[in-house]
Design a protein around this ligand. Structure first.
Ligand code: GLY
Length: 463
């Protein structure tokens, strides 16, 4: 945990954003894996953790905006708990760690809500994402489960997004520690990526490093020599010469939950072929040009479109695309090769705050989400501000089914050389991703630099 003042300061900042009523912070409960007593690794709710810090199940918080009290609800350990889990701090002691002076048994949470509702006071809550929390809130608030999302407080969402999107120095330090663990995860994967090894061996090793050095992976490891599938969780292939291995992985702090999210793509065996190098250099240029252009005030969608232009220009040089680059990007032709967004906010969630709704986080009244295939999938489009931490992750993919579809439809035929694209259907995909902090004047790539150029990767993989 951070110091108690960090959590008090965050709650006070939120208090200033809302007018009255109470704010609910249901913490997460244990989630059953295959029977109730055998649970998944416990993961606290990020918002609860941001304002209350305590990484334990069965807690809840309330901020009472009318009397200024912040209350932590939870039960002290009984003898059964002590027998199975050892001595536990009291709820009062836990509360003090988060700067809380008012603590009550967990049953008081429901009672407090009932009294607030009876008094006609506004009750603010975020859209719940876990079944257990949905059921709990539905029962306490008398709102059907499928109406909770619509009933969630837009004012609360906006207030929390505003606070959590701007990272303090201590938050950036936590993220940077996780990027440094990702360095070890990625360089280990690079050294292992030789013909004959099964993807699962690398995926398991990488996940083990996360657990040994930091905490769980921040999302299921994406690791595949079929990198044309953007989020490939299948790890059953045996690596073969001529393929490229996409590794998209990061970890999160077991204590504070801050995450990293890095992608590297390497040639199986450690040496890029000419064709692999040609495509790789385009993606690398898109990554580095985008990073160079990041600064406060610039909409991230503009950076996304810059990366799309670099990709289009490069593919045109190789004869895979054709025509006017600006017009091709305007019409979304690049998206057959780059069918996702350039990046997203990163913080306590790998897609930070995605639980409240992506448009609240990545868009605003000034920047509305595009409806065009490709650019529509950009999670962050709005103007950048100092303190944002985001990912920069361009890619080029040869997705046979997508090539077939666009070719059959004649889609963007003025800008795509489909005959040439046919010859790349066995290529796979490449993505290169870094985690970046927006500073007052530009940006800073976080963490120890992870091999990224052709020369750096070949040197790291040399045997
Ligand atoms: N790196 C995984 C994701 O952004 O979803």
């Amino acid at each position: 945990m951070f110091k108690p003042e960090t959590y008090s300061h965050r709650r006070n900042a939120l208090r200033n954003e809302l007018k009255g009523g109470i704010i609910l912070f249901p913490g997460n409960t244990e989630a059953a894996f295959n029977y109730p007593a055998n649970t998944y690794h416990f993961r606290q709710d990020s918002t609860f953790s941001y304002f209350f810090g305590i990484n334990q199940p069965d807690l809840a918080g309330i901020m009472d905006l009318d009397n200024g009290n912040d209350i932590l609800f939870g039960n002290d350990a009984d003898m059964d708990d002590i027998i199975w889990m050892g001595p536990q701090p009291s709820i009062a002691d836990r509360g003090r760690l988060a700067g809380i002076v008012h603590t009550k048994p967990l049953s008081g949470f429901e009672q407090y809500i009932k009294e607030a509702l009876a008094g006609g006071r506004p009750v603010h809550f975020l859209p719940p994402y876990r079944g257990e929390t949905k059921i709990l809130l539905s029962a306490m608030l008398g709102i059907p489960v499928n109406e909770l999302k619509a009933a969630a407080s837009a004012d609360l969402i906006r207030g929390i997004v505003m606070l959590r999107c701007i990272k303090s120095e201590e938050e950036v330090k936590e993220i940077e520690k996780m990027v440094d663990v990702a360095y070890l995860m990625h360089t280990t994967a690079m050294k292992m990526a030789h013909p004959g090894i099964v993807e699962q061996e690398i995926a398991g090793t990488v996940e083990g490093i996360a657990l040994a050095k930091a905490g769980p992976v921040s999302f299921p490891v994406i690791l595949s020599m079929d990198g044309q599938t953007l989020h490939n969780h299948y790890h059953g292939n045996t690596l073969t010469e001529g393929r490229m291995l996409v590794v998209d992985t990061g970890c999160e702090s077991v204590e504070t939950l801050y995450a990293s999210d890095i992608t590297r793509t390497v040639p199986v065996g450690g040496k890029f072929s000419r064709r692999q190098k040609e495509i790789y250099e385009i993606v690398l240029r898109a990554n580095t040009e985008a990073i160079k252009a990041i600064k406060p005030g610039i909409p991230y969608r503009q950076i996304h479109l810059l990366a799309a232009s670099v990709i289009t220009e490069g593919l045109k040089e190789l004869g895979l695309m054709k025509g006017d680059v600006e017009e091709a990007v305007k019409q979304g032709a690049h998206a057959m090769f780059f069918p996702h967004g350039l990046g997203h906010m990163l913080g306590m969630d790998v897609h930070d705050l995605e639980n409240v709704g992506e448009n609240f986080v990545g868009y605003d009244e000034e920047t509305v989400r595009s409806e065009q295939f490709g650019t529509a999938f950009l999670r962050l489009g709005r103007k950048l501000q100092p303190g944002f931490v985001l990912t920069v992750e361009p890619g080029i993919y040869f997705i046979p089914a997508l090539i077939d579809l666009w070719k059959a439809e004649g889609r963007c035929a003025d800008f795509i050389n489909f005959d040439k694209a046919e010859t790349y259907k066995d290529f796979g995909g490449i993505r290169i991703e870094d985690d970046v902090l927006v500073t007052e004047t530009g940006c800073r790539v976080l963490g120890t630099p992870i091999p990224k150029t052709v020369a750096e990767i070949e040197a790291m993989m040399a045997r």
